[in-house]
Design a protein around this ligand. Structure first.
Ligand SMILES: Cc1cc2nc3c(=O)[nH]c(=O)nc-3n(C[C@H](O)[C@H](O)[C@H](O)COP(=O)(O)O)c2cc1C
Length: 443
């Protein structure tokens, strides 16, 4: 077996991940321009990245990040990108709180067929109260959202398993099109969902699209350990990240899974220059665009509380558990306690990196940080959140990727054609086929 290598993907936001990244000279500005995303996807494939990720939320936030005010629906955008890429994984967000399992199963199965096995679904429970109003609903409780999500994902996986491989036989001589003995009803009747099945789409190239999940709260971590094949997380400190990593892998093993089949990727904002000084100058330039009100709003969203009530030069307050979000305030509060941070220190970090880990420096400096986290058992790779596109992303692709490759930490060629193959994830066995043959393989 060769050296263990990292997995890397990019969080694609047309106006940049930094709240004011679009103001940077030469930066793309629109989240509704296919050409912008095509260029990001091309850079991804040049750097042999595992995937492009398109996030989503289901509400208009007038004062939010521009990328959250107006954005493409992820599966539609990713379908368009599937036709201009060949190896890149295509991961999109869809909400379990405001969708039906049958719709989600179809959308991502379609994307998997269209892309020849490159689809991934980021399962989110939706944290915005504004989204509830768009669906005529009350905001559902944090723990109930996760209970619903668990059942929802089981139903979707059941629907993806409806068809065994080889069910579409298309025999022109006999006129037999399907072997319907290979299509199975799901007949699910649970606490939240009732779904008969089968799905009106045959088994996809990956067997099932890859399941991604990003909950960081205790309930979120339990669900991630059980169902997630890729976990997105916010981590700011190496020790805390190692603990989190070990905990998720433990949950995965407790659920009967192999730890390497749950790939853990914290978010990272790379600001790369040819030298450390050049990178610092880019960061300083970016900071000149930040306005205080928007940084405060981002901090409030991250913590799930109105943070403008607290003095910026005081300590980070002990906050009651939020019904909206829990994971971020836990990691940020732990860091603040350990380093004696004031609220203003956290606020400044959020203004720069929206609460994610910042890696600012030369290719060597950035690669050193990545290597340290990787070898310490804190992650399996990163989701990159470039402050703006294309420059901040291309700096990473053209300067840091070659450095990682030189160190043997990142691939120089794609291992396979599907997202599962590149992530080192097995193709799930169809349970109906297994029952028929009486054998069992790793799920
Ligand atoms: C890299 C990353 C990407 C995320 N993308 C989305 C997204 O597209 N849509 C969304 O509603 N939440 C997204 N989230 C938020 C999580 O789904 C989750 O709601 C959040 O981490 C709070 O969950 P918790 O209460 O379990 O901590 C993302 C989180 C991370 C770390």
């Amino acid at each position: 077996m060769g050296q263990r290598q990292m997995h890397l993907g990019v969080y694609a936001v047309g106006s940049g991940n930094h709240i004011a990244g679009w103001r940077y000279p030469g930066a793309t500005t629109s989240g509704e321009d296919l050409d912008v995303f095509k260029k990001i996807a091309a850079s991804c494939e040049r750097g042999k990245l595992d995937f492009i990720f398109v996030g989503d939320s289901l509400a208009f936030l007038a004062e939010g990040h521009p990328g959250q005010v107006a954005r493409f629906e992820p599966t539609t955008l990713l379908s368009a990108l599937s036709s201009v890429t060949t190896h890149l994984g295509l991961i999109g967000t869809a909400s379990t709180t405001y969708s039906e399992p049958f719709n989600i199963a179809r959308q991502f199965a379609s994307l998997d067929h269209l892309s020849g096995g490159r689809a991934g679904w980021n399962v989110v429970t939706s944290t915005l109260p504004e989204a509830a109003e768009n669906f005529g609903r009350e905001m559902v409780d944090h723990s109930r959202r996760y209970e619903m999500a668990g059942e929802f994902v089981d139903v979707v996986k059941g629907l993806w398993d409806s068809w065994e491989d080889g069910a579409r036989i298309e025999n022109k001589e006999t006129g037999q099109y399907f072997d319907l003995s290979k299509a199975h009803e799901l007949n699910h009747k649970g606490q939240f969902y009732s779904v008969k099945g089968p799905l009106n789409m045959t088994r996809t190239p990956q067997g099932r699209p890859v399941i991604v999940q990003a909950g960081s709260s205790t309930t979120g971590q339990q669900l991630a350990g059980r169902i997630a094949e890729v976990v997105f997380t916010v981590q700011l400190e190496l020790d805390v990240a190692r603990e989190y990593y070990a905990n998720i892998k433990k949950h995965a093993v407790a659920a009967g899974r192999r730890p390497e089949h749950c790939v853990i990727l914290p978010g990272m904002v790379p600001i790369v220059g040819r030298t450390d000084e050049e990178a610092q100058a880019k960061l300083a330039h970016l900071m000149t665009y930040v306005d205080e009100a928007s940084a405060m709003r981002t901090m409030s969203r991250r913590f799930g509380h109105d943070m403008s009530k607290y003095p910026l030069d005081g300590p980070v307050p002990d906050l009651p558990v939020s019904n909206l979000k829990q994971g971020y305030s836990t990691v940020a509060s732990a860091k603040a306690k350990r380093l004696g941070y004031t609220l203003r220190d956290i606020y400044n970090e959020i203004a720069i990196a929206r609460g994610y880990l910042l890696a600012c420096g030369s290719p060597t400096t950035v690669a050193n940080l990545m290597q340290e986290w990787f070898e310490a058992g804190a992650m399996d790779g990163f989701v990159l959140l470039p402050a703006h596109f294309p420059e901040a992303f291309d700096d990473f692709i053209d300067l840091v990727i070659p450095e990682l490759q030189r160190r043997g930490l990142f691939r120089t060629e794609y291992q396979g054609a599907t997202l599962r193959e590149n992530l080192g994830l097995p193709k799930p066995e169809n349970p109906h086929t297994r029952a028929r043959s009486g054998t069992r393989a790793d799920a």
